[in-house]
Design a binder for this molecule. Sequence first.
Ligand SMILES: NC(=O)c1ccc[n+]([C@@H]2O[C@H](COP(=O)([O-])OP(=O)(O)OC[C@H]3O[C@@H](n4cnc5c(N)ncnc54)[C@H](O)[C@@H]3O)[C@@H](O)[C@H]2O)c1
Length: 328
Amino acid sequence: MRILITGGAGFIGSHLVEAHLEKGDEVYIIDDLSTGSLDNIAPYQNNNRYKKRIFFQRESILNHEAMLELIGICDMVYHLAAAVGVQYILDNPLESIKINIQGTEKVLELCTKFKKKALIASSSEVYGKHLHAPLVETDNIVYGPSSKFRWSYAASKLMDEFTALAYFRNKGLWVTIVRLFNTVGPRQTGAYGMVVPRFVEQALDNKPLTVYGDGTQSRTFTYVKDVVEALMALMEADAAAGEVYNIGGTEEITIMDLAKRVIDLTGSSSTIQLVPYEKAFVKDFEDMHRRVPSIEKIKKLIGFEPKTDLDTILSNVVDSVKRQKKNR
Ligand SMILES: NC(=O)c1ccc[n+]([C@@H]2O[C@H](COP(=O)([O-])OP(=O)(O)OC[C@H]3O[C@@H](n4cnc5c(N)ncnc54)[C@H](O)[C@@H]3O)[C@@H](O)[C@H]2O)c1
């Protein structure tokens, strides 16, 4: 099989690249390296078992000719390329909206033209300002006003979902949508505000762990390899077409407790420093207080259950950040 992974040099994308190479597929990657890195895929490009089956193009998904050619030759498309991370969205609001909306539409249009299967990466952010848990795919959605750019990421991902579902209904495109909850593991960078790699880097440097707000906000964390397994299984599941699935962990933890856990695990002498949201981001910043998925729907379809517990996830991230620091 020939697999196209947009954003394949990114965190989740590079793990998906590895899994498809391991399966024996040819893997094509388009990535402009805006938040991704060649270091993420270099081990596969340099590996004798894989190097004849991995093809990388440094290009934007907004380049029509490049996408036309790639989608034309591949059998299925995982669309992961996006402007990602709250900080990145706040710093690049216009570019982010363009990439997330126009880029996804291009994938959907070309997959329809060539009759290729598509998986679209959406986000738990689409749920907006809910306080209840667990979040179910059919829940209503509540956002802040358009003056608060933080919500533009959620709104653009929601628009991607509407567009994908419209292509499914009106054009018969085989497309499935995943709402990813906080996904973590080796190669994720803390540079754009992702909490786990940021805490681990701070702890290893014995610097204060900066907890935004009062630290009572909670999240669940899923190991990237569990997520990749689910993505691949969904692509093979006929009934996934035209559907939206949560993919996430079920072990809820507050950000304060996460910080404590990282300090314990690393044996760090770091303290915890609370940073008000308006200092970390912008004035009147709104966060999602809880973000816990219901995974009943995906469990029923493909038997998905996160296998990796939080301590194992954190240990793997610590090892990976240590390795990165050594190579710097
Ligand atoms: N990691 C998470 O917790 C999480 C949660 C929810 C949703 N997601 C979604 O999963 C997908 C992958 O996220 P990730 O965590 O691996 O982030 P990432 O930043 O590592 O990956 C995104 C990749 O897309 C590339 N990219 C961005 N704009 C591009 C463009 N115009 N053309 C080509 N490539 C471009 C980046 O260089 C990067 O390699 C994204 O769609 C993201 O919205 C991730």
